[in-house]
Write a protein of this length. Structure first.
Length: 152
């Protein structure tokens, strides 16, 4: 969430966050997260010149609106929600291409976490968390509720 929020501060929207585009390693005991593959990224300064922007995307991970309108931070929130669900449920869901339907049908998810994830992958951008930071705050609140005192 922090890496995506920092990217949005530039402002650049990745548009195609998926498990293969988020790298993690630990260096000197600290986690390092890298976002890679910016082929589909949207930079307002570069892409708002009136030429239609239709990036290559990954089914099930990219927000449905990105092929029809310029992306916002909410497009990356959709992708982050799909990636988080992949981390929880595994890749088997991705073939359906619809993270909202899979999350909705998942009977093993805690109800509060399910609500946070469903909001992240809502079809309409207006129904999603407003930013990666807002999504991160919702997740941190959930985690604090189940594992208090960890400084989420």
């Amino acid at each position: 969430m922090k890496a995506v929020a920092a990217l949005h501060g530039v402002p650049i929207f990745h548009v195609d966050l998926n498990p293969m585009n988020i790298l993690h390693r630990v260096e000197k005991g600290r986690p390092i997260v890298r976002l890679v593959d910016f082929e589909s990224s949207y930079d307002a300064a570069r892409h708002s010149s009136g030429v239609f922007y239709n990036p290559p995307t990954t089914t099930g991970y990219s927000a449905p609106e990105v092929s029809q309108q310029a992306p916002t931070a909410r497009a990356d929130v959709f992708s982050l929600g799909a990636v988080l669900y992949t981390m929880l449920a595994g890749y088997h869901w991705a073939s359906s291409g619809d993270p909202h339907a899979r999350i909705e049908a998942d009977r093993d998810l805690d109800a509060e976490l399910k609500g946070i994830l469903l909001r992240a992958v809502a079809f309409s951008p207006a129904d999603r968390h407003g930013s990666a930071a807002e999504f991160g705050t919702a997740l941190a609140g959930y985690l604090e509720g189940i594992w208090p005192g960890r400084g989420w």
